[in-house]
Design a protein around this ligand. Sequence first.
Ligand SMILES: Nc1ncnc2c1ncn2[C@@H]1O[C@H](COP(=O)(O)OP(=O)(O)O)[C@@H](O)[C@H]1O
Ligand SMILES: O=C(O)[C@H](O)[C@@H](O)[C@H](O)[C@H](O)COP(=O)(O)O
Length: 187
Amino acid sequence: MEPPGVVLVMGVSGSGKSTVGSLLAAELGWKFYDADDYHPEENRKKMGKGIPLNDQDRIPWLCNLHDILLRKVSSGQSVVLACSALKKMYRNILMRGEGAATQNSEEPGEKEGFPKLKLLVVYLNGSFEVISGRLAKRKGHFMPPELLQSQFDTLEPPSAPENFLALSVERSVSEMIPFIVDNMKMK
Ligand SMILES: Nc1ncnc2c1ncn2[C@@H]1O[C@H](COP(=O)(O)OP(=O)(O)O)[C@@H](O)[C@H]1O
Ligand SMILES: O=C(O)[C@H](O)[C@@H](O)[C@H](O)[C@H](O)COP(=O)(O)O
């Protein structure tokens, strides 16, 4: 893969994004961002009350993350971002910014000249049963496990022509990191 670019580690709550993303960034020597750290207070409060976020809540958050990624990449740095990015439109916003929120085509923003980041999506794929089991054990996190079903309902797994690798959450983290590093291709 040709840096600078972005590896997006995505999946539902509890799929392992923060764990895998931070270890991957350390392995690559890249900066790590956790999208959870950039939620506005209203979003955190809403999730804390057990109410799932909607497009209106997520789009400004994703646009802000796109701007951060673009700044880093423009200054020559590659980045690993852990972010739920559940819908294809959300991943397009991360890659292309606000313009992608109002575009319907396969390649939104391409013709309009919105800046496009080189992005590899690492999708952590697992069953409700396995992931809810992990969330039940996780302590001290603002996301209530009751919201997991809504995350699965919203999830649009990546598919061609998105540039992605899918990994089962049942693989060990120590196995995932070298697999990702060996299979990284940025587009
Ligand atoms: N591949 C894995 N195998 C076993 N446990 C894992 C794996 N990945 C993450 N975990 C555990 O699952 C829980 C959720 O992981 P976390 O990284 O917080 O997920 P997310 O950031 O997607 O919400 C944590 O307790 C973490 O230690
Ligand atoms: O898009 C969303 O609904 C949110 O991003 C949501 O996914 C939440 O922020 C995290 O899932 C909670 O944090 P964890 O993913 O770390 O559980």
